[in-house]
Design a protein around this ligand. Sequence first.
Ligand SMILES: *[C@@H]1O[C@H](CO)[C@@H](O)[C@H](O)[C@H]1NC(C)=O
Ligand SMILES: *[C@@H]1O[C@H](CO)[C@@H](O)[C@H](O)[C@H]1NC(C)=O
Ligand SMILES: *[C@@H]1O[C@H](CO)[C@@H](O)[C@H](O)[C@H]1NC(C)=O
Ligand SMILES: *[C@@H]1O[C@H](CO)[C@@H](O)[C@H](O)[C@H]1NC(C)=O
Ligand SMILES: *[C@@H]1O[C@H](CO)[C@@H](O)[C@H](O)[C@H]1NC(C)=O
Length: 239
Amino acid sequence: MKFAFTLATLAAVTFVSADVAIDLGTATDFTVVAVGGITNTGASGPIIGNVATTGHNVSGFPADAITGDVEERTPAADQAHSDAEAVWNMLRALEGTQVVSTPDGTIVVTKGMGDASGNGTTNFTGAVFTPGIYNVFSILHVVTNITLNGEGQYIFTSGSHFDLDANASIILANGARARDVFFATGDSTNLLAGARVEGTILSNSAIRLAAGASVHGNIYSQGLMTFTEASVTPVLRPT
Ligand SMILES: *[C@@H]1O[C@H](CO)[C@@H](O)[C@H](O)[C@H]1NC(C)=O
Ligand SMILES: *[C@@H]1O[C@H](CO)[C@@H](O)[C@H](O)[C@H]1NC(C)=O
Ligand SMILES: *[C@@H]1O[C@H](CO)[C@@H](O)[C@H](O)[C@H]1NC(C)=O
Ligand SMILES: *[C@@H]1O[C@H](CO)[C@@H](O)[C@H](O)[C@H]1NC(C)=O
Ligand SMILES: *[C@@H]1O[C@H](CO)[C@@H](O)[C@H](O)[C@H]1NC(C)=O
């Protein structure tokens, strides 16, 4: 009995560290999916691939900025949103490594205005990660570039917002690939001017891309989406 128990425990540990099967279903047909409409200001583009919203409309983009189809309030849009939402739910339930402050100061969990325990924003300032599942208490705030180092799957979940400061980037190194990177947020996602994300974003609320921001990944919002001179290149399907 003791032997069997040990095996079961090992299996559970292995499951957490192994790749999680992520099937975005029909959402992989879309680079951008939102619920509350998608609005643009300025010379955004390119948005490579198809764009969908289940409510409102897609407005303000320059002609040709979106290379694929635009679906507004169609069954295909509803299905893509539903498929993305299911994956968001699955990812947010994953228990991985709880991110805490590091002695070198590249990760600082601030106190106050955060979760019920008083854990607030987690500042990432040049932090380096290896493949794995990382849970952030409240706001995941990228102050300066962070690096994902090595081939494998990276999943970040946050209790609240996912914010990147101006010019902050997610850098891929030593075989890390954007298609293996996922951010599942507890609130909105905000990329300030010039910020760049490598990986797919599943956001509980609005996604906002400021001037010159870019995503090399697919983006799914359960709220609205706003673009300002931004670009998106999908990674979940060959283009
Ligand atoms: C598009 O949606 C916005 C709200 O998101 C609304 O203000 C605007 O009137 C809509 N335009 C059209 C043509 O439906
Ligand atoms: C977190 O980053 C912001 C800058 O974006 C800074 O104002 C704040 O002091 C930082 N907090 C800590 C504890 O490092
Ligand atoms: C709050 O953060 C500290 C580390 O800064 C951690 O030890 C503690 O478990 C956290 N509380 C909760 C409820 O997550
Ligand atoms: C952050 O990464 C970008 C590449 O996306 C690079 O151009 C920039 O110099 C880096 N910034 C810092 C502070 O290292
Ligand atoms: C971001 O980078 C651009 C140049 O690429 C520079 O003009 C701008 O001042 C930078 N913004 C910040 C806040 O560092």
